[in-house]
Design a binder for this molecule. Structure first.
Ligand SMILES: Cc1ncc(C[n+]2csc(CCOP(=O)(O)OP(=O)(O)O)c2C)c(N)n1
Ligand SMILES: [Mg+2]
Length: 566
């Protein structure tokens, strides 16, 4: 049968079925925008041109943020997802564009960061014939994403992307990947553009919550650990309620930092060793029981018995399989935390944890005093801690602090206690150097009026510094501080310890990373006198341009670690 529909009739039919006509890129951009995306991170490639055309012609246009290496595009999209709690969007051209993004996608997977990556793909009508960059991406992206699929037809794009966004932004969050064959991306179709489904909350098991509340009521020395998913799941207020109204000492990690603000009387992160070692009940919320938490074994310090462990996760699959758990719960973290507080408050006899809390506060005070001496160190060459001594009093409450490096950044983890949640970005359990510049780009976009401080090891800086060019082109001023010990310090010291010598751990002495930034259009300076760090930071914050303070530090002042993290 011949199709005798006139264009006018086709349009009428489309309207009846609520169909919208457009090419593949227009559909994809419209769906992304409906999911809250305002910025597309990318590096040019013809396979994904329709995405750019879609962004340019969208109403309002979508911001295109073009970078110098695909890893930066994905690290930026991941960080934007973490900061805004709306999936970030990276668009990568076929083949090497996609594979250059794999480490950053894997980081998002390890960190549970909401992220959607759209890849170009060789045209379907030539598949198998050897066209440029013909590569079946989902086969390698599958293991590091929540879903990785090819949208084979232009008609599939709107629904496929809607699904990818919903999945990436639902607990347990993470990256999703789609690619679209080039010919289909350029094709047109009239399709229905789905409206994003409202967020659905999974109620945690009531009995499990009551059991956890009861365990808490029976505990003598409880500690609650608040991790990244407390922030990601929007449970930061419920977490603070539990800590304050329940009177429970708290430790924060990852993006949980700041949920209990720095300086809060219940924040015991500085006395972490004592708190986790002497506790009889550790409730871990929104973070895996991995190497960062001793694999979930607590207590046992100075002859103390092992602690009971409770794990609360945003979804069933995140609950630890390896740890010996006294109880666990999975689901919406606000409901879980409020449920535990309600159970505790219903108990007739409220436990008295005042001695335990006072003990921990004393340990925090002692640690703070010890830290203070190092933060003021006059040593020459500069002790890296002195940089933090100068930085901390200059940080505003809403500052975003990003760490990318080894030992130098470990000091940040120790000294920087954010005043608000959502202001701390580290690479998370994947530990991938090179994430910093992308994260700084995202932070400047997410928080236009906040300080953004990127703390770089000199080794890590080399992995992304060319993207200062992106900061300059897009007028994104951030302050970068390099702890320049002319070495891959976190590897140099352990190798010395294990072998008595080290190889492949030295970098060129006192490299002028500030000059690199200046060459790219930013500002910077090198500092080797500890008294000059503060004034240099003031100039950096005042400069209004991407500015790098290159601090020459003592390579023999390593971070006092007792683990290699393996
Ligand atoms: C992509 C990647 N490559 C290698 C490593 C291994 N690694 C971890 S820390 C580190 C040294 C980092 O050196 P730098 O950034 O200068 O910081 P420093 O320890 O000297 O303060 C290395 C090489 C890693 N984590 N990620
Ligand atoms: Mg170094």
């Amino acid at each position: 049968m011949t199709d005798v529909t006139t264009p006018e009739q086709a349009e009428q039919n489309d309207q009846a079925a609520d169909l919208t006509d457009g090419h593949g890129g227009e559909h994809a951009v419209a769906v992304a925008a409906a999911h809250g995306v305002g910025t597309m991170f990318t590096l040019s490639g013809a396979h994904v041109f329709p995405m750019y055309d879609g962004a340019v012609h969208a109403e309002p246009p979508m911001r295109l943020l073009d970078v110098r290496h695909e890893q930066t595009a994905v690290f930026a999209a991941e960080a934007l997802g973490k900061l805004t709690r709306t999936p970030g969007l990276a668009v990568l051209t076929a083949g090497p564009g996609v594979t250059n993004g794999v480490s950053a996608i894997t980081q998002a997977s390890f960190s549970g960061s909401p992220l959607v990556v759209v890849g170009g793909r060789a045209p379907a009508n030539r598949w198998g014939m050897g066209s440029l960059q013909e590569f079946d991406h989902p086969a390698i992206l599958g293991p590091v994403t929540k879903s990785a699929r090819t949208l084979h037809k232009v008609d599939d794009i709107a629904a496929g992307l809607d699904e990818a966004f919903t999945l990436a932004g639902s607990p347990h969050r993470g990256p999703t990947f789609v690619d679209v064959p080039m010919d289909e991306f350029f094709n047109r179709a009239a399709v229905e553009r789905p409206t994003p489904a409202p967020r659905s909350r999974v109620e945690p098991d009531t009995e499990a919550i009551t059991e956890i509340g009861t365990l808490l009521g029976q505990a003598s020395r409880p500690v609650v650990v608040l991790g990244t998913d407390v922030w990601a799941d929007g449970a930061e207020e419920a977490a603070l309620r539990l800590v304050e109204q329940g009177g429970i000492p708290a430790i924060t990690n990852g993006m949980g930092r700041g949920v209990v603000p720095g300086g809060h009387p219940m924040l015991m992160t500085k006395a972490r060793g004592k708190a986790l070692g002497s506790s009889d009940l550790v409730i871990v919320v929104g973070t895996p029981l991995d190497f960062r938490l001793g694999y979930g074994v607590f207590g046992g310090k100075d002859g103390a018995p092992q602690a009971k462990v409770v794990h609360i996760a945003d979804s069933e699959a995140q609950v630890s399989q390896h740890a010996d758990l006294a109880a666990s719960a999975a689901g919406d973290l606000t409901l879980a935390l409020d449920g535990i507080l309600a159970t505790l408050e219903q108990q007739l006899r409220r436990p008295d944890w005042s001695a335990w809390t006072a003990d921990l506060r004393a340990a925090v005070a002692a640690a703070t005093e010890r830290d203070d001496a190092l933060l003021r160190a006059e040593a020459d060459p500069i002790h890296p801690a002195r940089i933090y001594g100068e930085l901390l009093p200059r940080l505003e409450d809403d500052a975003v602090v990003i760490g990318d490096g080894g030992d130098f950044v470990s000091f940040a983890g120790k000294y920087v206690e954010p005043k608000r949640p959502g202001g701390w970005l580290d690479p998370g359990p994947y530990g991938c150097l090179g994430a910093g510049l992308g994260a700084a780009i995202a932070a400047r976009i997410a928080r236009p009026s906040s300080q953004v401080v990127l703390l770089f090891g000199d080794g890590a800086a080399g992995m992304s510094l060319i993207d200062v060019d992106t900061l300059v082109r897009h007028n994104l001023p951030v302050v970068m501080v390099v702890g320049n010990n002319s070495a891959w310090g976190l590897e140099k010291q352990p190798m010395q310890m294990l072998y008595g010598y080290d190889v492949v751990a030295d970098l060129a002495p006192q490299t002028r990373y500030d000059e690199v930034v200046k060459a790219l259009g930013g500002g910077g300076e090198t500092v080797s006198d500890p008294r000059q760090i503060g004034p240099a930071l003031d100039r950096a914050f005042a400069s209004g341009v991407p500015y790098l303070v290159n601090v020459i530090t003592d390579v023999n002042a390593p971070y006092p670690r007792n683990t290699f993290g393996v």
